[in-house]
Design a protein. Structure first.
Length: 364
């Protein structure tokens, strides 16, 4: 097994800094997801672990060993790619066995490992087929099997489910989570898909423009985002933002923007710090509203309905509010037509409050 530690690691391509001053410790047997948009540096980070990219500055440690100069084949890692990278002329059996043969393993032990991995992945019946005869999900299982049989200290996965349809991605997430539990091996997983990060990770590392924005559990990242980028990257639909000002009314702090006048609970007001000229930006998660009954005045928002988008169990309701279009997740039984006025009650205890200039949270 292996822990991985980045110490002040930077990766440059000429004048372009792909990863800047990365400090991160991935614990032994932990499942860590690197999450962020395209070009944020997450795949580059994974490739540095694999030894496929050289580190420009800093140190990368596996347990008690610096591995900056260690070639990929000596790092005891296995990588699963987005493209599967299967040999089209080889059978499933031979694709899974290929890495073992390269390491001079043969005979009964090779056969046992291949068949054991195939059984765990429920592809035993496919061992004599070739990749062209398999579905996308079956190919992905073969790629997982090829990594499994090596029994590596570290599994590296680079967007392995992005080529699969939505339903299959869900089942494969469960399969990957089960494998991690069974194998008790360190997993490092790259994705831009927030659902994969939230369902798979022990901890999530949110990255943007080569910099780590926040590290934490799914709950910590979702409930206590450190800035507006992190808050907006998690949530479906994304968090709603509304700029305005904080004013005092007696013992109560309030957020105001035009006709919007929301009470800020004392528990949140006590944590507020560092805002300038009373200007803030509040964040409202799409699900943190109640559409039932008339909303209390100090929690009410009202706007023109711009769209109603059913998604089965719920629906997305678009509201035009103070010149902004906001989206909320409401029950499927709510009946509104485009152009009508709708009123919702905001759960003010779950408001997020940010500095509108820097984007940092004013609560944490």
């Amino acid at each position: 097994m292996a822990s991985i530690r980045f110490m002040d690691v930077t990766k440059r391509y000429g004048d372009i800094v792909a990863v800047h001053d990365l400090n991160l410790e991935i614990r032994d047997r932990e499942f860590v997801v690197l999450l962020g948009p395209s070009g944020c540096g997450k795949s580059t980070t994974l490739n540095m672990v694999a030894g496929l990219e050289e580190i420009t500055d800093g140190e990368l440690w596996f347990d008690q060993q610096i591995v900056n100069a260690l070639p990929p084949h000596r790092r005891d890692v296995a990588m699963v790619f987005q493209s599967y990278a299967l040999y089209p002329h080889k059978t499933v059996y031979e694709n899974i066995a290929f890495g073992l043969r390269m390491r001079k393993l043969a005979g009964a032990e090779l056969d046992r490992r291949v068949r054991d991995a195939a059984a765990k992945l429920e592809i035993s019946q496919l061992l004599e087929r070739r990749p062209s005869q398999l579905s996308g999900g079956q190919r992905q299982r073969v790629a997982l099997g090829r990594a499994m049989v090596r029994q590596p200290a570290v599994f590296l996965m680079d967007e392995p489910l992005s080529n699969l349809d939505a339903a299959l991605r869900i089942s494969m997430r469960a399969e990957i989570k089960r494998l991690h539990t069974e194998m008790q091996t360190t997993f490092v997983y790259v994705t831009h898909d927030q659902a994969e990060a939230l369902t798979l990770a022990d901890r999530i590392v949110v990255m943007n423009e080569g910099l780590v924005q926040q590290i934490g559990t799914a709950h910590e990242i979702y409930e206590r985002p450190v800035n507006m980028f992190v808050a907006s990257f998690l949530g479906n639909p994304p968090i709603n933002y509304l700029k305005g000002e904080v004013v005092r009314s007696g013992e109560q702090l309030r957020f105001r923007r035009g006709q919007v006048d929301l009470a800020i609970p004392h528990a949140l007001a006590a944590r507020l710090n560092g805002f300038k000229d009373n200007q803030v930006c509040i964040g409202m998660r799409a699900e943190d509203v109640d559409e039932r009954g008339a909303p209390p005045p100090d929690r009410a928002i009202r706007g023109r309905v711009t769209s109603v988008l059913p998604i089965g169990s719920d629906q997305f309701l678009g509201l035009e509010l103070e010149g902004e279009e906001l989206f909320f997740r409401v029950g499927k039984d709510l009946r509104h037509a485009t152009g009508e006025t709708a009123a919702l009650a905001v759960d003010v205890n779950r408001l997020h409050i940010f500095d509108p200039e820097s984007g940092r949270s004013l609560l944490w």
